[in-house]
Design a protein around this ligand. Sequence first.
Ligand SMILES: NC(=O)c1ccc[n+]([C@@H]2O[C@H](COP(=O)([O-])OP(=O)(O)OC[C@H]3O[C@@H](n4cnc5c(N)ncnc54)[C@H](O)[C@@H]3O)[C@@H](O)[C@H]2O)c1
Length: 361
Amino acid sequence: MGKTIRIGIIGSGGIAGEHVKHYKKIEDVEIVGVADIMPGRAEQFIERWGLEGTVGFDDHRKLLELDLDGVSICTPNVAHYTTTKDALSAGKHVMLEKPMSVTLDEAIEMVQVSKQTGKMLNVGFQPRYDPNMGIIQQLIQNGELGKVYYVETGGGRRRGMPGGTFVRQEIAGAGAMADIGCYSLDLALNALGYPKPLTVSAYTSNYFGTNPKYHKEASAFDVEDFGVAIIRFEGDLVLNFKTAWAMHMDTLGATMFLGTDAGMKITPAGTGPWSGVWDGRVGSISLFHDIQGHHTESGIPLIQHQVNVFEEKIKDFVDAVREGKPAPIPGEQILRNQAILDGILRSSLAKKEVEIEIPEL
Ligand SMILES: NC(=O)c1ccc[n+]([C@@H]2O[C@H](COP(=O)([O-])OP(=O)(O)OC[C@H]3O[C@@H](n4cnc5c(N)ncnc54)[C@H](O)[C@@H]3O)[C@@H](O)[C@H]2O)c1
C-alpha cells in the first residue's frame, strides 16, 4: 500500500464523472471533496457516484481548505483561471481540463503561480495517451520527414454542436476552435516539439449556431462554430488550422505534415460526424516519400491498442503526484497552445493578422 492520494473535484458536471470513474479504479486514491458553484449539485454528484464520506461544497475555496494532494478542475472554461490559481496557491497539484484558459494572460499567470508554489499544473489532453500519437511524434522527431515546413490540422463535424455551457461566450470563452481545436493543435504541436508561435491570422463565424434551424439555443449562441487560422512559427514553419462544429461538407481534410524528405498524412478512425483525429482515434498514418525516384506511399502499421486514454491521463497524474514527478502535460508547454487560441480570438475580431508574444517565464 502506498500513501493515500487525496483528491478534490472542482466542477461536478459531465466530465467530472469521467475523472471520478478513473480515480475510483486506482488503489490508494480517495475522493475527499467535490465543489460545484450550483448549490446542491456537488452533493447530487457524490450520491450519483457512490462516494462514501466525500464532502460537498458550493464554493471551491472551501474545498481547498481540506488536506488534499491534488484537484481535478472540471469547470467550464472561464472558471479554469481562478480555480487553478486558487488551487495552486492552496498547495494542491492541479489536473486541469482543456482548454487551459480563455486568454493568454490568464494562462501566463497560471503558469507563474505554478512555478511560485512548486505545484504541478497538468493539462488533460488525453489523446496523447494513444500510442499511435507517439508514432506520429517519433516519425517527426527522428527526422523521417526532414525539415517540416507546412502543417495542416483541425477537422470538422458535419453537424456536432454542443449546447449549454459550451456555446455562451461568458461561460465557454470561445467555441469550436478552443473546444475541439485545442486537441488538434496539441496533436500537431506536440509532434513538432511545441514550436513557438509568432503570428496568427484568423477568421471565425457562427452561421449554424445562431440559426434556429440548426441549434435550439440559437438566440444564446455567441461563440464560433467554425474557424480557420494561418499561424507562423519560429523556424520557418506555417500551420493551417481549421475546425468546425457544423458545416455543409463531409470533411475539412486530413492532418498533414509536409517535410523536405517526406510528407505524412493522418486520418481519423471513426466515420461518424463526431469522430476526429483530435479525439485520439487515429485511423491511418501514411508516409509519402521517394524511393529510388519513385513516388511511394507507405502505410505505417498502427498499434491496435486497448488503452483507455482517459484512464491513462488520470493514472499518469496520480503517479506524478505520488512520485513527485513533473506534470506529464505541463501548463508551461500548453501556454503555446493557449497563445494561439488567444491570437485567433484577437485576429478574428480585428480582421487582420496579430502578433503573439509569450514572455519568458
Ligand atoms: N477532456 C475531455 O474529453 C473533455 C470532454 C468534455 C469537456 N471537457 C472540458 O471540461 C470542462 C467542463 O465540461 P463539462 O462538459 O463537464 O461541463 P458541464 O457544464 O457539464 O459541468 C461544469 C460544472 O462546473 C460547475 N461550475 C461552474 N463554475 C464553477 C466554479 N467556479 N466552481 C465550481 N464549479 C463550477 C457548473 O455548475 C457545472 O456543474 C470544460 O472545460 C470542457 O472543455 C473535457
